[in-house]
Design a protein around this ligand. Sequence first.
Ligand code: FAD
Ligand code: DHB
Length: 387
Amino acid sequence: MRTQVAIVGAGPAGLLLSHLLWLDGIDSVVLETRDRAYVERRVRAGVCEAPTVDLLREVGLADRLDREGLPHHGIFLRFDNENHRVPLTDLTGRTLTVYGQQEIVKDMIAARLAAGGDIRFSVSDVVLHDLTDEQPSVTFRDADGVSHEVRCDVIAGCDGFHGVSRGSVPEGTLHTYDHVYPFAWLGILAKAPPSNEELIYCHSSRGFALHSMRSPDLTRLYLQVDPDDVIADWPDARVWDELHQRFGFALHEGPVVDRLLAPMRSFVVEPMRYGRLFLAGDAAHIVPPTGAKGMNLAVADVRVLSRALAALLHSGRTDLVESYSDTCLRRVWRAEHFSYFMTTMLHRAPGADPFQQRLQLSQLRYTVSSTAAATSLAENYVGLPFA
Ligand code: FAD
Ligand code: DHB
């Protein structure tokens, strides 16, 4: 088969790219190893930056988000057993939206399929070929095990951190920046009303905890845990007990309907391109989730990529594909720094001495007492304007 853009991965990056290209009259095929139900149920991000929501509205993907998403105007930083509000909207004029990533994914899949888009779920043996030729290709097996080849002009590697795209680039071509943190996040989704109207990022002597939500009767909670822990180490009773000790107030409890364990790392490859392969989203960079930036960066990348590919494929213009990586990396490194800043300010590093804990508390107090410091956090958190 033949298409203009072969997109590897049906996460937020791949699906949005396919939609944006379609709006520009460009054909694509999306290849996804998981089945549709799996990608629609995978609970991950919850916080959508203002520029992300602006873009989703602009391109007709925000109807349900506007009906069901929860607008947020502030977050709390909790330390010394007290909540301190950062008034995001007062400081920036912008609003955040809490709307689950899997809902965005559902909306994007529905929109693509309604427009006749081609998404192949449950594929296997995805292999990228001839990346430096003008006509690269991707081979794969479909859900029935039948082999196919997609010939194309461009391949978009949107297959997340563990995908095949990044690894298809010859060794030594990409520069990698990697930092692994000595802790992980345990996340639960509980059938319980949120215990506070806004998110609470909690610093405590027992480690970090986060209170978030998905709806008036679904609470999302996270705990910093040891990176070697497994989910079985954390039966529900232990999770609730630890949450109560870290937050220091009574949380609404309810049945746990989803659990995840996420390692914490910062990772960037440069450049985000090799020949006719363009990497976007988690395939090119990872941030620790504390800044709520990963999905938002994936959206920002494919916005830049869709414009660059439209210029290339409609009029043979190469300047935007040439600058794709540099344009994206400026936003990526800002988000990397912000996510590192939030992570190191709020988590307890194993073996951290009292000096480091005092520095964290000093930074937290400064952030909530100085308008300049609070504004810096707020403008990064709600999302800096797109380039
Ligand atoms: P993915 O969502 O990983 O999608 C990649 C897709 O490619 C997957 O569907 C995968 O199955 C598929 N794939 C893999 N290999 C192949 C292959 N060989 N062939 C074909 N397909 C393949 N971000 C935020 O912005 N805000 C938040 O609040 C936030 N909270 C988070 C909380 C947690 C606990 C975690 C873990 C992450 C959070 N993130 C958040 C990050 C966010 O979830 C990711 O950054 C986002 O999913 C990246 O999207 P993507 O499309 O690049 O990659
Ligand atoms: C959520 C996830 C995050 O990583 C974060 O920083 C805030 C909220 C969430 O899942 O709701």
